[in-house]
Design a protein around this ligand. Structure first.
Ligand code: ADP
Ligand code: ASP
Ligand code: MG
Length: 307
């Protein structure tokens, strides 16, 4: 693995999952959490708003079945424009909405090809699936910037992360990704770097994803690239639980797990973490905290090297 450029050692990564960015109230809550931490350098990785990735896969399926996609696209537009109009002034919302409409036009073009060919190439499916993270993170970056408290930079992970998809899933090209990040980010940047989760590029420069639930993995990849001191995964439960809370309602929060224990849990299906999340953190011993966006004062779960 490529050793990082000389980034300052105080980068902290915060990743917020889809339920944490479901609506305007959620965006406000996320902003409050990161602002309250008063950390000089934050990398804030965002998932798509709750349900948006599923909706994007669904619109691809509708096109494959030659169905009418206009209604689904209009619902996606409304979902994001409602949040933008609630969080931003009309002057601030206008460029956001213009970019959203340009993306929707691109999506319409790709859907037209899918309709004509009656099937979606994996590259077309990946391209469409990744827009949710573009829309949520662009919106959050504008919202945070409008608070005027500190510098905010938006980072489109498609311009930084290069991955090769193999039988074991996405493998990161660390050297290429590191040099892309060095170009995109000033080494002495201070403030909030708002990053699209889930998306990356392949070697040809085409958009790809890190697989379902992949924004957790995005967070740990950026943790390595920035040589971060800590990674926080903010979600809708108070930490890693002793069992899936949807099946075992009285499951309890586990205080601490080793990287190996967390990896095992994730591989055996604990949805709270993408199974590849731990691997990049292990080498540097970067601690990973799992915490609740809805109860940030709770201690959460610490994943670190075994004592
Ligand atoms: P996010 O949108 O924040 O990425 P996910 O839905 O991907 O959140 O993961 C969180 C969900 O994982 C929880 O709401 C919970 O239902 C589920 N889950 C399954 N197994 C576990 C477990 N062992 N501990 C915690 N959560 C779990
Ligand atoms: N939005 C993507 C998904 O739903 C990635 C993620 O949220 O982690 O799979
Ligand atoms: Mg998840």
């Amino acid at each position: 693995m490529q050793s990082p450029k000389n980034w300052p050692k105080d980068w902290i990564v915060h990743k917020f999952g889809g339920t944490s960015v479901a609506d305007a109230a959620c965006f406000r809550r996320v902003a409050d959490i990161v602002e309250a931490r008063a950390e000089p350098r934050q990398a804030i990785v965002l998932s798509a708003c709750r349900g948006v990735t599923d909706a994007l896969f669904s619109v691809v399926a509708t096109a494959e079945a030659q169905g009418e996609t206009a209604g689904e696209l209009a619902a996606l537009r409304k979902r994001h424009s409602d949040i933008a109009e609630e969080l931003l002034s009309s002057n601030e919302a206008a460029p956001y909405l213009a970019a959203l409409d340009a993306d929707l036009d691109d999506i319409k073009g790709v859907l037209q090809t899918i309709k004509l060919t009656r099937s979606a190439a994996p590259s077309a499916r990946d391209l469409i699936a990744g827009y949710g993270e573009i829309w949520s993170s662009r919106l959050f970056a504008r919202f945070l910037d409008a608070q005027g408290k500190r510098a905010v930079q938006w980072c489109d992970a498609r311009t930084v992360l290069v991955v090769d998809w193999g039988p074991l899933g996405p493998a990161v090209d660390w050297r290429e990704s590191q040099s892309n990040l060095s170009r995109a980010l000033a080494s002495d940047f201070q403030g909030a770097l708002v990053i699209t989760g889930f998306v990356a590029s392949d070697r040809r420069g085409a958009q790809t994803t890190l697989g379902r639930n992949g924004s957790d993995f995005s967070a740990s990849i950026f943790g390595v690239l920035l040589d971060a001191a800590e990674i926080n995964i903010w979600t809708d439960v108070e930490g890693v639980l002793s069992a899936d809370p949807r099946r075992v309602p009285d499951a309890t929060v586990i205080d601490q797990l080793s990287y190996n224990e967390a990896m095992e849990l994730a591989y055996f299906g604990a949805k709270v973490l993408h199974p590849q999340t731990m691997a990049p953190a292990v080498k540097r011993g970067t601690p990973i905290w799992i915490k609740s966006t809805f109860a940030p004062e709770r201690p959460g779960t610490l994943i670190c090297a075994a004592p």
